[in-house]
Design a protein around this ligand. Structure first.
Ligand code: HEC
Length: 158
């Protein structure tokens, strides 16, 4: 039996585990030897990891915001409880009261839609960018689910 899948597995990992579980399930089914308890446990795991793919999570969004290998938004923005932050961007204390989640989303995905001259990277855009380091060419800086999570996090800053 596989160990439970942690809630923060990346969507790709979750997908792999799901394929694995599906294969196991169909193998069990095929042999006609499904043990009800085992079946329920596996079904719960499948449900759990499907949830990990869709559920938006503000706490995970906070990590996206802070962690260097993710959004690393603290490079430019201060937020409550993040001691080391840059100040090229405005502090985002209270941003959840100033802007709606949709307004926050546009700004994180592609700030140029609001201010073409903004010194903030467009985190969900690959076309029409200038001076992109080769390693980042044609890569979104954030995945769609990282964007969902970071918007959910910022919306909590009231
Ligand atoms: C290189 C510096 C830089 C980085 C990195 C950066 N930002 Fe920004 N951000 C800015 C600047 C500068 C502005 C102000 C844009 C303007 O003048 O319109 C801004 C504006 C914003 C705003 C709008 C704030 C408001 O009150 O209108 C949000 C929300 C935001 N950033 C979120 C993020 C998130 C989330 C990340 C990480 C995924 C991020 N930023 C990464 C520089 C940055």
């Amino acid at each position: 039996m596989e160990p439970p899948i942690p809630a923060d597995v990346s969507p790709m990992a979750a997908d792999k585990s799901r394929q694995f579980i599906h294969r196991r399930l169909s193998a069990i089914h095929w042999r006609g030897s499904a043990v009800p308890g085992l079946f329920l446990a596996i079904a719960a795991m499948v449900g759990g990891c499907a949830g990990a793919e869709v559920a938006v999570d503000a706490e995970r969004g906070r990590k996206v915001f802070i962690e260097r290998e993710q959004g690393h938004c603290t490079r430019c923005h201060a937020v409550p409880g993040a001691p080391e932050a840059g100040n090229l961007g405005p502090p985002l204390h209270g941003v959840g009261a100033r802007l709606t989640p949709a307004e926050i989303r546009v700004r994180v995905a592609d700030i140029t839609q609001v201010n073409p001259d903004a010194a903030m990277p467009a985190f969900r855009k690959v076309e029409g960018l200038h001076r992109v380091a080769p390693a980042y060419a044609n890569k979104m800086l954030l995945s769609e689910s990282q964007l969902d999570d970071v918007v959910a996090y910022l919306a909590t800053l009231k």
